[in-house]
Design a protein around this ligand. Sequence first.
Ligand SMILES: C[S@@+](CC[C@H](N)C(=O)[O-])C[C@H]1O[C@@H](n2cnc3c(N)ncnc32)[C@H](O)[C@@H]1O
Length: 556
Amino acid sequence: MTIPMWQCNVLGFAVQIKQCAFHVRFMTEPNAVANLLAWCSERGFWIDPSIQIISGPCGVAVVSQDSTIPEDRILVRIPRESVLSVKSSPISDLIPPHPYGRGAQLSLALALSVELVIGATSPWFLYLQSLPRQIPGIPLFWSRGVENQQSFPPNGDPFEWLNGTEAWKMLFDSGDSDSSLVSEIDEYFHEVAEPVYAQVFESSPEKAPSSPEFYHAYSLVSSRSFLVDSYHGLSMVPIADAFNHTQENHVHLESDFDVCPECGSLQRCVHDDTTEPDPRSIVPDDADNFYEMVSSLPIPPHSEVFNTYGETLTNAQLLVQYGFILDGNDNDHLTWTFDELAQFSEHHLLASGSWTWDSVGGLPEFRDLLRSINLRPWERISESELVSLDRTHQFSLNGDATISHGLWLFFALLLVCLRNTSPYHTRNLDSLIVLLEETLQCQLTLESSESTNHADDDDTLLVPPSPGHSDQQQRPSPYGVILELARLLASLCRARSARTGRAGVEMAELGEILDRLPNDMTPTKMAISLAMTERSLLDSCMSAWDGFVDGALGQA
Ligand SMILES: C[S@@+](CC[C@H](N)C(=O)[O-])C[C@H]1O[C@@H](n2cnc3c(N)ncnc32)[C@H](O)[C@@H]1O
């Protein structure tokens, strides 16, 4: 896919702005940028003349002027008191504070929603005027605020395509709790925001933000807030939020996080416990009053200047939180929860024989056993072409279509326990580890003999156990375990691929539908693109394990 370029003119130079694969287009009015800059200058912001804030194809953007910007240069100074946070909000006393997480986002959305509806009387009016007027394209609100939400054109319902993807899981499966993200926001709106609005707009209740207005505020918070320090917490930070995202950023926000949580002071203050030695200085420094955007590497002239919203963000995360995706994202991966794997195992293994979790000592016990086994060093597993060591995502498939060692261990342990007729072995951690190591060794041997196309003479693990020996009769054969494990992994991927996107649509068709969609149907395009990426990873993984089984049977 080619990356579209958008060209603008800055002081007579053509600046190429790289666009993401897909995003919801909105143009900020050029005079909104001029008003924003005038507002900033009145409030003591400083913007280095080597950069310029412009109106771009997806809202405002920042571009460099005609010289290379060196590393470590302060490009923007933002007065601390100019940020909009729960603390700086005029209705601060009415908002229940939350230090971080979803609670912090909802509290800030409440503060912001009030500033947005009071218009020119807000101290942040001209800043707020420069922000997207529509709900930014985050999937949470794709169907909300849109009239006639049922009348999507053929192939145009983005949720149908998003079905089963990682983005879908983030939006609608909130772990063990019954509530989804949308219902959490609705609940906050009714239980917390509306009573606050009733007090603030007591004399003019018609001005109180409606639920679409609250969603608008929430999506602005989701897509552009920063955690600045222990006083303001999550905040709307003018100008810092004008930078678009890439993985390898040009700039970053610098702030001293450890300020007084009561008054925001960086110096010693009346809230300090005088008996404790205080790390904060007593000497005021002008620089302390500002947050700074600083260059992280040299920035070429006449190019867009990017921040990063997170170096490890996947396209699913970018879509859910910011409403856009990148054209190819190395961070993309798929995940499973323990419960999903347990359900899959019940379904697949029950069909082929009678067992219950009691056969492996019970489901909670199996979970604990897996946890302790997973903590052991499994470095050898990275010798495999099909499995990688991944301590971050326990049950996952990465962008190279290799599974995490945690996922491998789940099925290897389950099969080793199930195939083991010795009650002693199923309960003894050390002996289980020996069996798992043998299974791993068997897989590595098979992989290497498949790649060289012949089995070594001493590949004894590939040979089924001899019937005469009583201990061996009770021990599972590593070869049998690894074959079943490979088949299960291929089925796991096949099943997930089949329920990713719209059921029954083949991969080739997805590409054709994507190409035929009109340009303005961006949420649908983003959803199809995510589904295609995930399906292709699942299909590659499935073929790899199917191929492994064929190769192993050929070796036997
Ligand atoms: C913090 S704002 C960045 C500045 C933004 N362009 C604006 O209008 O103010 C984040 C929003 O910018 C857009 N954005 C950021 N990086 C992008 C990228 N690489 N491609 C497309 N849109 C992007 C998305 O709409 C996102 O929700």
